[in-house]
Design a binder for this molecule. Structure first.
Ligand code: ADP
Ligand code: MG
Length: 287
């Protein structure tokens, strides 16, 4: 069995749609029968509650996984099976909550090969097709570690100055790791930049004219600096927030009817990434 394809959804700016993208993409892959794992590595646990689990409930997180495997030397498979939970058909979750702070400290306390601990921890993870990682917007030890674990980085951004800055910070961080660790040491590829919460009109349902101009400017700057990196837009839809309130992904909230623009756009993204990542018809681990 293969290791899963790891996708880390990352931007050093909060509120740009990282968690929404992570859980929606994961739900889409699961619907397409890929055995999918979500790692919620954010202490806020939004991916966990977005997938229907109360984050105040007791559950295992990266902290316990790290301690059981690295400190108590228990076999990864045995421990992981007990900690992960199935939240939908083909969709599994290692939850996140405030304990992620302690997990981050545990990673930071290591003196050698600090940035590779998650890669080491998950090297025995088999039986999943895809693993989607949701992180906090800070540049913590965990975030660095996910850059070393992931095969791909997916960078959502809102088309405004801060969304753009957060994206630039991720790219700058990535190139400094490449300088230090060498090309071979940092294998992750940026799969694309994903504009989220996009509003294309002005007026009552849209944005102010100057915001639209800023969005156009950011889009143009990205196209010029990084040709072919922009993924198709995810449009703004009020249903995303309604789904969030009912602790569901937009796909579940709409029963896979793709009523809202955001659901349509996320499904297009699932299909596009499926083609790019699984086009060689790799056998599914989950089947
Ligand atoms: N396409 C969208 N349309 C409308 N609201 C959205 C959309 N994507 C995300 N949101 C909302 O924006 C807020 C921030 O999204 P979130 O995924 O939590 O971002 P992050 O994880 O980057 O902090 C949430 O309230 C979410 O419901
Ligand atoms: Mg988030």
């Amino acid at each position: 069995m293969n290791n899963p394809t790891y996708i880390s959804v990352l931007n050093f700016k909060g509120g740009v749609g990282k968690t929404t993208t992570a859980i929606t993409l994961a739900r889409g892959f699961a619907k397409k029968s890929y055995k999918t794992l979500v790692l919620d590595l954010d202490h806020q646990g939004n991916a966990t509650s977005g997938l229907g689990i109360d984050k105040n409930e007791e559950f295992f997180t990266l902290l316990e996984l790290h301690d059981e495997v690295f400190k108590k030397k228990k076999p990864f498979d045995e421990v992981f099976e007990l900690m992960v939970r199935e939240v939908r058909e083909n969709l599994f979750l290692l939850g996140g909550n405030v304990k992620i702070h302690a997990a981050n400290n545990a990673l930071a306390a290591e003196s050698v090969g600090r940035e590779r601990q998650l890669a080491r921890l998950f090297s025995n993870l088999k039986g999943y097709d895809v693993c989607i990682i949701d992180c906090h917007a800070d540049s913590s030890e965990i975030t660095t570690n996910t850059m070393m674990l992931a095969d791909y980085l997916l960078i959502p951004l809102t088309l405004d100055q801060w969304g753009y800055d957060g994206l630039s910070d991720v790219l700058t961080r990535l190139s400094s790791y490449r300088e230090i660790l060498g090309e071979e040491g940092v294998k992750v590829k940026v799969i694309g930049f994903l504009p989220t919460k996009v509003k294309l009109t002005t007026g009552a349902d849209g944005v102010k004219k100057d915001q639209l101009l800023v969005a156009q400017g950011v889009r143009q700057a990205l196209q010029e600096q990084f040709p072919n990196m922009l993924l198709p837009d995810i449009r703004f839809s009020a249903d995303i927030e309604k789904a969030q309130v009912s602790q569901q992904t937009i796909f579940d909230y709409e029963n896979f009817n793709f009523k809202s623009n955001a659901a349509k756009d996320y499904w297009t993204l699932v299909e596009k990434l499926e083609k790019e990542l699984f086009k060689k018809g790799r056998a599914k681990n989950g089947k």
